[in-house]
Every structure is written in structure tokens, then in C-alpha cells.
Design a protein. Structure first.
Length: 218
């Protein structure tokens, strides 16, 4: 995502809202997530960086805690998310990541809110899950919910590291929620990478559902 000066954040927030309101959202398998949230069970949403645009508006004003990169581009995203009603924990897996995880855990405990992580961000590799979410979910004893977004029409930024997807206006965005699951609360350090691989497999499996939903494979 290209860097914009911070003074443009209000304009970007307005454009994101105006663009997103035209989208046709469909949630798949969301009932299990609702049950967890209604029972106040902690949830961490796992998403890929290039599919975050539709989700920003869909989960607006829920107080979800977003772990956002400490980079300059992350500063812009943080401003937009804050305007959309998200709480913020700043940092990433490559810069101040541990500090961000601690901030997210503290906010989840104090506010009783869910969290969301772009598991392959902020710089990739694309669609490769990093271990931060495993550590967070294990420590907070939270359910992990893999999430994929399938857009009927979209523009793909081919030169970006993640091939960021922007749905065209009036597009149908089917948001598919995977089965919530927990990992061991006392996970060993040596097991974290394998748990990240399991989550990656779950996310990839969700992408295959687009064949049954009438969307093209990418």
C-alpha cells in the first residue's frame, strides 16, 4: 500500500466508507462466531493482508482490537481503522511485534473485546502465517477464527507484495468464517511454528470453498 501523508486520513476514511457501502456482503458460517461472542469467549480473527479492505467496514464499530504495523503505511491504516471504530495495538512481527502482542492481550483482558491480525503482514511473504497470532491466542486462551473474503469482481495491485485486492463497487463479497478452534494454552516454543502451519492450512482450505460458492479460483 502506497504511503499517504497523515493529513489525508479523514479523506481516506470517507472514501473507504463510501466505497464499502456499495458492496453486497454475505457472511458464511458466522453463527458459530456469534455464539462465542454472545458468550463473551475471546476471539482472534486471522485474515490475510490482501483481503482486509472489505472486512474493515463489515466489522466497524465493534471495538475489535486491530494489530497494525508500526510502519508509515501502518500509521495511515491505523487512522482509518480508528475512524471506523476499532481499537489499536501498534506493532508487527518484524517491528515492535512483541510489544504489540502484549498490548493486544492487555486490551482483550481489560475491554473484553476480540482482536484481528493480518497473519502474513506487514511485508509477507504473501499468505504465509507468522507465529504472532499463535502466541497471542495461546496466552489469552482465545479461539482462533480463520477468515477469507471472496470478491466477485476486484482490482488486484499486482506490484504490491501481497497482491492487494480492492473489490469493485457493487461487488459481492462473501466472507467465509472457518470453524473456531483453540490451541494449547501452555504451548511449547518448539510447537509454535507447527501451529502457524496448521492455521495456514485452514486458511487455504477456506479459499477452496469459492468453487462451491460460484467464484473463480485465483
Amino acid at each position: 500500500m502506497q504511503y499517504f501523508p497523515a493529513r489525508f486520513v479523514p479523506l481516506l476514511s470517507f472514501l473507504a466508507r463510501a466505497w464499502s457501502v456499495t458492496l453486497n456482503y454475505q457472511r458464511i458460517n458466522y453463527s458459530g462466531v456469534q455464539e462465542l461472542r454472545n458468550s463473551r469467549q475471546p476471539v482472534v480473527f486471522a485474515i490475510f493482508h490482501n483481503e482486509l479492505f472489505p472486512l474493515c467496514y463489515l466489522h466497524r464499530n465493534e471495538g475489535v482490537i486491530a494489530v497494525v504495523s508500526a510502519s508509515r503505511d501502518g500509521e495511515i491504516l491505523a487512522g482509518v481503522l480508528k475512524d471506523l471504530g476499532y481499537s489499536l495495538a501498534r506493532g508487527s512481527s518484524s517491528r515492535q511485534g512483541f510489544k504489540a502482542m502484549l498490548a493486544a492481550m492487555r486490551q482483550m483482558e481489560e475491554k473484553g473485546k476480540d482482536a484481528v491480525l493480518t497473519v502474513d503482514g506487514p511485508r509477507g511473504p504473501r499468505h504465509v502465517v507468522k507465529p504472532g497470532i499463535v502466541y497471542l491466542a495461546s496466552r489469552i486462551k482465545a479461539f482462533i477464527v480463520p477468515v477469507r473474503v471472496h470478491m466477485s469482481t476486484r482490482f488486484v495491485f499486482e506490484r504490491s507484495w501481497d497482491k492487494f485486492k480492492l473489490p469493485w463497487i457493487w461487488s459481492t463479497c462473501r466472507v467465509v468464517y472457518g470453524e473456531p478452534y483453540k490451541i494449547p494454552s501452555r504451548i511449547k516454543f518448539s510447537e509454535i511454528d507447527s501451529q502457524a502451519e496448521i492455521l495456514e492450512q485452514k486458511l487455504n482450505l477456506l479459499s477452496e470453498t469459492q468453487l462451491n460458492l460460484g467464484f473463480r479460483t485465483q
